[in-house]
Write a protein that binds this ligand. Structure first.
Ligand code: ASP
Length: 436
């Protein structure tokens, strides 16, 4: 389902307007209602009854097609590849790319936090104030079950695929789609053909629904950004300013330094053109703070704008949304070291290596939802001898950082898809996209 270029650029422009308007109005109203109980009551009513429901409907419209889209495009993709060796090669390349880029991101973060040392600038009074203010939220977040270990890998094989789909567990869905795809190449053609036809119909239908949902994006993005900025504690930016700057600097280096290099040298694609074509994905990730909610948009953009063959987009992007989180890994590394600095705990080289490894693992295990990595962060803190409840110190600024790290996470997935598509010589990208 193609959309006319003029309509598409209008849509980009309107989403951007929605984002800027949401941020500006949100900050203005935030300041206006400060200290006015009547204003806060009015705002609470508007958020509960109008703005949050609109944002939530938009988010749900994006999420509702994720499972059928991933299942249909991946199983069809495998069926069309029809070759297990090719699948293995693509899988290895994809995982290798995820691991290397994620490790690189953490190293950038740790280097910056070592150089800037934001934790040494935080006074004990500010620290105690923040701990007191966010203690309740922290224990709430940490009480969510966090399971990461051998069972995480066992759970990739579902005992009930329908339940996995209903619970939106993407790794089991991917696993079943792979099996179905391989099966389609092995059973008799008269039996596989109608199944393949249905899957093709489902894939096209889901893309159609994403386009409809994206028409609401300007309003949805406005609502999500307004709701976030109107609730944001801007005074916290003063006390945690240096920490926020360190995370944002690291994310910017990954986004505008590392990714363009990867896209140019591994993806043989012009980075400027790459960023222009994925604008909608960037705006969606930033406003939803969720890799999962952005997945349907990235799948559509990868196929339609970056011209990545559906089998490859269908394989790399769903895996990436769950397992490839460059921004999250960088954030984890910076935060752990920052909190160690705050509590005067100096980490030696070996301990820093452990932080790198754990941050990479957590980026694989974290759920692609807002704040999905926070419960796992507590686990790393405990490993390096800091009390997990210390995350209270950074929770007040987490949403802002989450928006930015999710953008980096999702962009990283698209760079992986471009790399894999390009490196598969028998499936080159069209010249207009690939021209550097
Ligand atoms: N919100 C992030 C994502 O969905 C996960 C996290 O870092 O909390 O990619």
């Amino acid at each position: 389902m193609a959309t006319a270029p003029a309509t598409r650029s209008n849509l980009h422009r309107n989403i951007l307007i929605g984002l800027v308007a949401g941020a500006v109005l949100g900050v203005a109203v935030n300041q206006m209602v400060e200290g006015s109980s009547q204003g806060q009551q009015w705002l609470g009513w508007a958020l509960r009854n109008v703005i949050d429901p609109v944002g939530e409907i938009f988010r749900r419209l994006l999420v509702l097609v994720v499972v059928p889209l991933v299942f249909a495009s991946l199983s069809l993709g495998v069926a069309r590849l029809g070759d297990l060796r090719q699948l293995g090669r693509i899988g290895l390349k994809t995982f290798g790319y995820f691991l290397v880029t994620t490790t690189f991101a953490v190293v950038i973060g740790l280097t910056l936090v070592g150089l800037i040392a934001p934790g040494r600038q935080l006074s004990p009074e500010t620290r105690e104030g923040l701990e007191r203010q966010f203690r309740g939220v922290a224990s709430d977040r940490l009480s969510k079950p966090t399971e990461f270990g051998v069972s995480t890998f066992v759970n990739i094989v579902p005992d009930n695929p329908l339940r996995a789909a209903v619970d939106m567990q993407m790794l089991p869905v991917i696993f079943v789609a792979l099996l179905v795809g391989v099966g389609l190449t092995r059973i008799d053609r008269p039996k596989s053909a109608p199944v393949q036809q249905v899957l093709e119909g489902v894939a096209d239908l889901t893309l159609f629904i994403i386009h409809l949902a994206m028409m609401l994006a300007p309003i949805g993005v406005f609502a999500l950004i307004f709701s976030t900025s109107v609730r944001f504690g801007f005074d916290l930016l003063q006390s945690l300013g240096l920490y926020v700057v360190t995370v944002l600097l690291g994310l910017s280096l990954q986004m505008f330094g590392v990714f363009p290099l990867l896209v140019t040298f591994l993806g043989h694609t012009n980075p400027w053109r790459f960023f222009r074509r994925i604008r909608t994905v960037i705006l969606t990730a930033f406003s939803t703070s969720s890799s999962s909610a952005t997945l349907s948009t990235s799948m559509a953009v990868a196929q339609e704008e970056l011209k990545i063959p559906p089998p490859l987009a269908g394989f790399v992007l769903p895996l990436g949304a769950t397992m490839n989180m460059n921004g999250t890994a960088l954030f984890e590394g910076v935060t752990v070291l920052f909190l160690c600095q705050v509590f005067g705990r100096d980490l030696g080289f070996n301990e820093q290596v452990i932080v790198v490894l754990m941050s990479v693992l957590i980026a694989i295990g974290a759920a692609g939802v807002p704040g999905g990595s926070i419960p796992l962060l507590g686990m790393v803190l405990a490993t390096v001898g800091v009390e997990p409840g210390a995350i209270a110190i950074i929770l007040g600024v987490d949403r802002l950082l989450d928006m930015c790290r999710t953008t980096v996470n999702v962009t990283g997935d698209l760079t992986a898809a471009v790399y894999v598509a390009r490196s598969e010589a028998n499936r080159p990208l069209p010249a207009d996209v690939a021209a550097a």
